[in-house]
Unconditional design. Structure first.
Length: 440
């Protein structure tokens, strides 16, 4: 039975799904309270996660909310959609009179999260969306478009900066081999980077005493690093060692996956929203949702918050380069080139858009990554596996970073006011935000 035929049955269905927990006035008005809607949302998402192992990135809510039955062989898409639509309708019916701005934002954010989950279920049922449509519905964001001629002009600035002969990509590949962390020193370098990132973060934020992370080194993954937040302020961080890891990735991954990135983001959400405010919808983190743009964007930008450019170079030269057995005198020149290459970042999004929209082949997408992002061909093909699996998720890293930066700086958190930057950044990490909410 389609949802629109159930309109007159809404009170009975809601009570069956969500429990008869609404105050009398709300039941009479067929409006369920936020806590009941949040509970159904979480339970439905956990059931979706039984059919897609990537869907639920983290869960740290009540154990009894987890599904207790084995998932059906066939995907119960219509049932899941009906449950999500009921939550959606309940959110729309909320009386916002007398609510604080934050409480109103809670409702708006959950509406966006529910829309993303509905979209994902429909995609699991076979719905086809363009790259841009998907990004808007899943991540509440409108990806920018760039012509490759724009990136061609940026490539010219690298031509004189790189030593050697041959193509820019070949020269960069040869040059950057001088900055690979030897495998036997990888853990030593990463632990030093994580320790420093944690020290800098805890100098500004009071994190729970028991917060902690563990690092594992893995292979055969489509990503370079991943944070698995468990609960109770604990994260497992995995680092993919399929390919050589360069020195800059130590701080990048320590900051992005750990401090003040994903680990701190999840710690603060658990502490501030789940534990202190009892907003149980934040006990589940659906990967394909507006929350991910904030998570990835803040994780990338957080590296700059913890390690402003001059301080990063100093720490690299004094600590990480020596630990890796690399020449510290080459650090500044290397990072100057890295900064130029970073301007080409959005070229990867264009390659993903063309590939996922069926305009180019996998080989052609990999070739674009080789040409504009300087991947070697094998790693470029690995990156297309990421496109296959996570699709328009790629926008969350660079577009998310730009939107987070703009928001923080608009609130006064500029590079010349680092204390304010830490303050605004913490407010962002511990409150409901999406791409469009950042821009209001």
């Amino acid at each position: 039975m389609k949802f629109h035929y159930m309109k007159n049955l809404l009170p009975l269905v809601c009570l069956a799904l969500l429990g008869a927990c609404a105050p009398a006035k709300q039941q009479e008005a067929n409006v369920l309270p936020m806590d009941a809607l949040a509970e159904q949302y979480v339970k439905t998402l956990l059931r979706i996660g039984q059919h897609d192992s990537d869907f639920v990135d983290a869960y740290y809510g009540p154990e009894e909310w987890r599904p207790t039955t084995t998932p059906a062989d066939t995907f119960p898409g219509e049932t899941l959609l009906q449950e999500l639509q009921l939550v959606q309708q309940g959110l729309t019916a909320q009386d916002t009179a007398g609510l604080t701005a934050l409480e109103k934002r809670r409702i708006v954010m959950l509406q966006k999260q529910v829309l993303a989950s509905i979209t994902k279920v429909e995609m699991m049922q076979g719905r086809k969306l363009s790259f841009d449509e998907e990004a808007k519905l899943l991540y509440d964001a409108v990806p920018p478009h760039y012509e490759f001629s724009y990136f061609d002009s940026l490539l010219q600035t690298l031509d004189t900066a790189l030593p050697g002969e041959g193509s820019i990509a070949d020269r960069w590949a040869a040059y950057r081999t001088r900055f690979v962390i030897p495998k036997e020193k990888l853990d030593t370098v990463f632990q030093a980077a994580i320790t420093e990132a944690r020290r800098r973060t805890k100098a500004h934020y009071n994190l729970p005493e028991n917060e902690n992370i563990m690092v594992e080194y893995v292979t055969d993954k489509p990503w370079s690093g991943y944070n698995y937040f468990k609960d109770n302020s604990y994260s497992l961080i995995q680092i993919n060692t399929d390919f050589p890891i360069n020195i800059e990735r130590a701080i990048d991954l320590a900051g992005h996956e750990g401090y003040p990135g994903h680990h701190v983001y999840n710690v603060l959400l658990e502490e501030e929203l789940v534990n202190n405010r009892a907003w149980k919808e934040y006990s589940v983190y659906p990967l394909f949702s507006p929350q991910s743009l904030i998570a990835e964007g803040s994780a990338n930008y957080g590296v700059e918050v913890a390690f402003p450019a001059a301080e990063r170079i100093k720490f690299e030269k004094e600590v990480l380069f020596p630990l890796a057995g690399l020449n510290p005198e080459e650090a500044e020149g290397y990072y100057a080139i890295l900064n130029k290459i970073a301007q080409l970042n959005f070229a990867g999004n264009e390659a993903a858009r063309l590939y996922l929209d069926g305009q180019i082949s996998r080989e052609e997408a990999a070739d674009l990554l080789v040409q504009y992002n300087f991947y070697d061909k094998e790693k470029a093909l690995q990156r297309t596996r990421f496109f296959d699996r996570y699709r328009s998720y790629v926008i969350n890293y660079n577009l998310g970073q730009e939107l987070v930066r703009q928001h923080v700086e608009a609130q006064g958190g500029t590079a010349v006011n680092p204390e304010k930057r830490w303050e605004v950044f913490r407010e962002l990490l511990s409150n409901p935000y999406s791409a469009s909410l950042l821009q209001q």
